[in-house]
Design a protein around this ligand. Sequence first.
Ligand SMILES: NC(=O)c1ccc[n+]([C@@H]2O[C@H](COP(=O)([O-])OP(=O)(O)OC[C@H]3O[C@@H](n4cnc5c(N)ncnc54)[C@H](OP(=O)(O)O)[C@@H]3O)[C@@H](O)[C@H]2O)c1
Length: 326
Amino acid sequence: MKALLCKAFGPADTLVLEDIANPEPKKSEVLIEVQAAGVNFPDTLIIEGKYQFKPPFPFAPGGEVAGLIKAVGEKVSHLRVGDRVMALTGWGGFAEEVAVPAYNVLPVPKSMDLTTAAAFSMTYGTSMHALKQRANLQPGETLLVLGASGGVGLAAVEIGKAMGAKVIAAASSAEKLEVARQAGADALINYSEQSLKEELKTLTAGQGVDVIYDPVGGELFEEAFRSIAWNGRFLVVGFAAGGGIPALPANLPLLKGAALIGVFWGSFAQRQPQDNADNFQQLFAWHAEGKLKPLLSQTFPLERGGDAIAALSQRKAVGKVIVQVR
Ligand SMILES: NC(=O)c1ccc[n+]([C@@H]2O[C@H](COP(=O)([O-])OP(=O)(O)OC[C@H]3O[C@@H](n4cnc5c(N)ncnc54)[C@H](OP(=O)(O)O)[C@@H]3O)[C@@H](O)[C@H]2O)c1
């Protein structure tokens, strides 16, 4: 089978398309014929050796896929050959086939096509967990989303609206903010040009923001926290801006009676599988009702998977970038 391989850590243009042996599913795994793979920020890190997991060489990047089950391991009873599924792979998704532990596989609802399914789990799963279990976001509250046109950010905008919040989208350009507006954001802030502090003061009549969703980090982290409301919840989701892990003076949460809350969706899904499954039932229902409309902004063939990853690392992507394998 064909796979786009990382043979040494390096930038996205060092990935090479090669023919390799097809994977065999282990007893608790299923083998998936990949239709499409969704690109996520960890793909930019894993090929550079900067991610928490460092797979042995050679490996294909690609942390989420959708496709058809080709074979099931002997211990797998709830999935069948031919099922339409989405799966979290960690890596290995930029390939014609991938073997995945069955607990990381979800059936795709009839209302969703397989390419959309490849763009769904990571971003919507993360943002749903963040806003529901971690922030306990309530109807009528204000939600500020940083990096609001990115993968997890845009999902947070849509889920925030579906949960009844007033959503303030913040991003680095007018084009990116237009994407967030079309996804339902009520107010927009361009943090390359405007003062986050002043805009939030005006938009919240001086009260501050109830929930802040931050997948960006960097300088925005403390700046945003300073605009949190009394009883506010600040969600630490990621550090796409790079430049180190931000720190927060501890008097800031004290003064606002506010909480700094970590979000680690992958661990949540493993530790609380039933809660995660319930989240996905809600997400699938909202998708079927048209409340969630995943934006697939760019599609690349497998041999150009490196360009797909580069779109994210160069801060050029909006919504989801897809690698179409079949
Ligand atoms: N905690 C969890 O469970 C979890 C799960 C999934 C992802 N994440 C994390 O969430 C973050 C976003 O992931 P994603 O897949 O949504 O990525 P993405 O689609 O590339 O979005 C990242 C956003 O960050 C902003 N950004 C600011 N500085 C950047 C830079 N130097 N390079 C790239 N982007 C920059 C960009 O928006 P502007 O240009 O508008 O600033 C961009 O839209 C990553 O750190 C990822 O590891 C965490």
